[in-house]
Design a protein around this ligand. Sequence first.
Ligand code: ADP
Ligand code: MG
Length: 596
Amino acid sequence: MTGGGVCAPQWRRGPAAAAAPARYRPRRRLRHFRPPPGYRNGAAPGPERAGLPAAAPRCGLSASRRHQAQAGKKAPGAASGSAAPPPVPGVRRRAAGDPRGQLAELREKIRGLEDDNRQLREQLQHSRAREEELEGQVSSLRTELQQSQEERSRWQREAEAQAAERQRLAAELQERHRQLEELREAARDREEQLGAAQAELREVSGALSRREAEVSELRALAGAQEEHLHALEMERRRLHNQLQELKGNIRVFCRVRPLLAAEQEAQKGLEHLHFPPEDNKTLVLCRTEGSHTGRRGEVRYDFSFDRVFPPGASQEDVFEEIALLVQSALDGYPVCIFAYGQTGSGKTYTMEGPGGADPTSWGVIPRAVRHLFGGARQLEHKGWQYSFSASFLEIYNEALRDLLGGDRGGELEIRHVSSASKELHVPNLRCVPVASEDEVLGLLQTAASKRSVARTALNDRSSRSHCVFQLHIQGSNASRALRCSSVLSLVDLAGSERLDKCQASGQRLRETQAINSSLATLGLVIMAISNKEPHVPYRNSKLTYLLQNSLRGNAKMLMFVNISPLEENFAESLNSLRFASKVNECMVGTAHANKK
Ligand code: ADP
Ligand code: MG
């Protein structure tokens, strides 16, 4: 690589050349000149050796100088030796000491030297160009080297990074292997669990299909039992109705109230009233009367009813006797219960109770409602759903008034539900849905505050109107497409006292006449129904007209005849008992439940 550049520094800086006098320096230089190895035999150095192009100029001398140089080399001491120099071809020999010859020789030498000099200059130029070229190559090779080194260090860094990455990946792979192993372990556990669960599932599904079979058997049994239950329920209703019919579709109960604290001073006992022991159906009124012959003697008036309640009978005792009748309303029969008697005989007490929260004092209305709600709940198990709504009105002087206070104004009129229907209703009457006994007690309080109470000579709180509480019952059995509806009417009649005793006049007289007339009509209607007369005078009073659907053939009626225990009311009691006896003689035709 540096072969081509070796000759110039050797030639230029050689110590002999520096020391030689300026004139001979070229010669000496030539003597000491050594061509580079590639030029020694005149052959160009190979490109593989010198890194030069094959056509690079040779570092050489003219033929004569080369010859001299070779001669000098072969015989270093020849210049100063005794042997004569060999003849130079083409140069004429001069005799020694010939100045011309010497001059020519010198000139010849000078020309040779100038040739050498020129060649050497060219050579030098070449060498410089060559040097520059080589320096260029060196610098490009250095650049290449630097690049290679940079590249090598980059590769080294990359290799290091890759080694680190490989290490990381190896660690990760190891971790993954470990995790995989764990997962395999877990999978084996899961498989075992799955196997156990499948075995359990097979067992459970076996048990389930056995249970399903049992359930379908039970369903079939339940269906059959439901059928049976329904048949039993229908049979119960039939027998219940039969029982009520045997008891009579018109029943009369007599109730004698106890003496009030204020009355006990004036009257010590109840001598005029006899309740034969062992017989709860008979009441005997006794008093001493003068006969038409003028003899005075005790006269007995015997009355027999479906049941007689002496003064000690509780509200519960009374209701117990009518509970089954009330039950008929749930079965679809219209039920109508009246309280008849003179003012102060205990009608309101029997129907509503004295008021207050104590349930033991509740009268027929709250107890009946409670009984019906309870009965409806029991029938839910047999597929029956019931809804209830209540209305409360009074008939005063043959005019209707809503006691539940709808401020709708206008008179209440009794109308047919439709022109084709025999069913009656009062269009503007407020009908309140009820679902509990408490709601009904609230309605009774509302009604009590609105009742028409007029002062009479007999009783400060004489009730001068008929009060009609109606519970409308709707029942349905969806699974059997059965529906029933009925009305339970609980009527607190106006006082039945006679006109003369009231000392009434004017407005009071008209009140009393209206009351007496409507009570008389009630008796007549019941008798006409009982006798199956073609014409029943329902329209003769608002009361009977309003209640006609609850009095007809398929209805069940019960009348309480309330009796005052006061002896002074003997005549009124006698009247009431006679009226009730007439009713008691009536027999209303076989009832039919109002079913669809
Ligand atoms: P009516 O409504 O027939 O005019 P009431 O029901 O107002 O009569 O009764 C008059 C009075 O007698 C009231 O003070 C009432 O509390 C009382 N009374 C009625 N029946 C009974 C009874 N069975 N036990 C206790 N007090 C009674
Ligand atoms: Mg009353």
